[in-house]
Design a protein. Structure first.
Length: 414
């Protein structure tokens, strides 16, 4: 019966991914108004977003292995995100008021107060993103009932959630914010989260009525505590973290190179981020469909990293050709705004699509290798996801503030 409800579960997780990116884009806009600086606002949102995802997946993901109702807990997590999402605009406003009053009463330097404001806003965003981070381990626990299907199910979940994020990114950048405004967009995302939670509760009641929840591996007797991670496990997690760091360096470098040609408007940034996410989502989906039942092993993971590196290096010669490609496409497409956006999509895809497809396969591959026990799948998925996300945080910082400013775009890639 779990297989029969999977399309429903995937649909809910798709909506979860969409709301997550709506929040991320809207919060960045809101914090720009507070900080008065786009760079600081984006840095705050990205740091808190990825930090919260890592924290939630690692800490809260363990709940999946100690509770028998992982699907219901997923619904509660979504409800928490929705309620907190509604409250965040007010929390941001209160944070700004407290900051302004404190700044007027003391003579501490502006830098110190900026850091204090960063930490306050970071703390506000950390809570809902931690709840988001726990959703993938929770649904992995519910969806995976056989070890042979682990790679396929986890790959499907990761792909569906990422493709939902694509929709959320595109909608927020091109429609929601211009039409509904920041608060209206947040309210819509929160309503979607609460709707998902309501549907989950209804589905759980239906499943219990049909006696199908027993298929959830959480109904099995508890297993003994897991052994300490082996050196191979630690090395795999470290390598996965480095892979996450490299992915963010690549994204920074590709964005910088494309910006020199297509500019850095809200629309162009949305297109570049959407293209990156499309590659990740489709890559994970292709892996799940074609190789999801196979264990490629550590050697396969190593080969995958080699292919990613080679495909990233292959983008370097494209950089000097981008202006000529832009002119050629501009001549062929015309001068309308829609045609100009099409050119941006084409150039972004030419640069990013192959390496991001390969990057998208890494998570289900590592999940299949690292998970040794179905009854600890929440812990395994959460730990792997956290290691990759922490690496992404480091890579985002190094790429944006160290490598590209010092080494340049091409040398940062290879």
């Amino acid at each position: 019966m779990t297989r029969r409800v999977l399309p429903f579960v995937y649909g809910l997780f798709f909506v979860s991914g969409a709301t997550a990116l709506i929040y991320e884009v809207v919060w960045a806009r809101m914090l720009t108004q507070i900080f008065g600086n786009t760079t600081h606002a984006i840095a705050t949102v990205l740091s808190a977003f990825m930090g919260g995802l890592a924290l939630g997946s690692y800490v809260l993901g363990r709940l999946a292995d100690t509770r028998r109702n992982a699907f219901l807990i997923y619904g509660l997590l979504e409800a928490g995100v929705g309620v907190y999402g509604l409250a965040i605009p007010t929390l941001f406003a209160l944070t700004q008021q407290a900051y302004s009053r404190l700044y007027g009463l003391t003579e501490t330097s502006f830098t110190v107060f900026s850091l204090a404001l960063f930490l306050l806003c970071f703390a506000v965003i950390l809570v809902p993103t931690a709840l988001m981070g726990a959703t993938l381990p929770m649904l992995s626990r519910f969806s995976v009932t056989q070890f042979a299907s682990l790679g396929r199910r986890v790959g499907d979940l990761y792909a569906i959630n990422t493709l939902g994020a694509v929709l959320g990114c595109a909608l927020s950048g091109f429609y929601l914010i211009p039409e509904l405004g920041l608060r209206g967009s947040v309210r819509l995302a929160a309503v979607l989260n609460l709707s998902v939670a309501t549907l989950v509760v209804a589905a759980v009641m239906w499943l219990r009525g049909h006696r199908t929840v027993a298929e959830d591996p959480g109904e099995a007797p508890p297993v003994s505590a897991a052994a300490a991670p082996s050196y191979l496990d630690v090395a795999l997690l470290a390598a996965f973290g480095l892979s996450g760091a490299a992915a963010m360096v690549y994204e920074n470098a590709w964005t910088r190179a494309l910006t020199l040609v297509i500019g850095m408007s809200t629309y162009s940034f949305t297109i570049m981020l959407t293209t990156f996410l499309v590659g990740l989502g489709v890559g994970s989906l292709l892996y799940a469909r074609w190789w999801g039942t196979r264990d490629v092993g550590v050697a396969g993971f190593g080969l995958l990293q080699l292919l990613i590196a080679l495909s990233a290096l292959a983008t370097i010669p494209l950089f000097e050709r981008l202006p000529f490609l832009f002119l050629r496409l501009h001549t062929g497409f015309g001068d309308s705004f829609g045609q100009f956006l099409s050119i941006q999509v084409a150039l972004s895809a030419i640069v990013m699509i192959l390496p991001t497809l390969l990057l998208g396969t890494t998570f289900p591959v590592v999940a299949r290798i690292y998970t040794q026990n179905l009854y600890r799948i929440g812990t395994s998925i959460g730990t792997a996801y956290a290691s990759n996300t922490l690496g992404a945080i480091v890579g985002a910082f190094l790429g944006g503030f160290v490598l590209i400013p010092i080494l340049g775009v091409q040398n940062s890639i290879g």
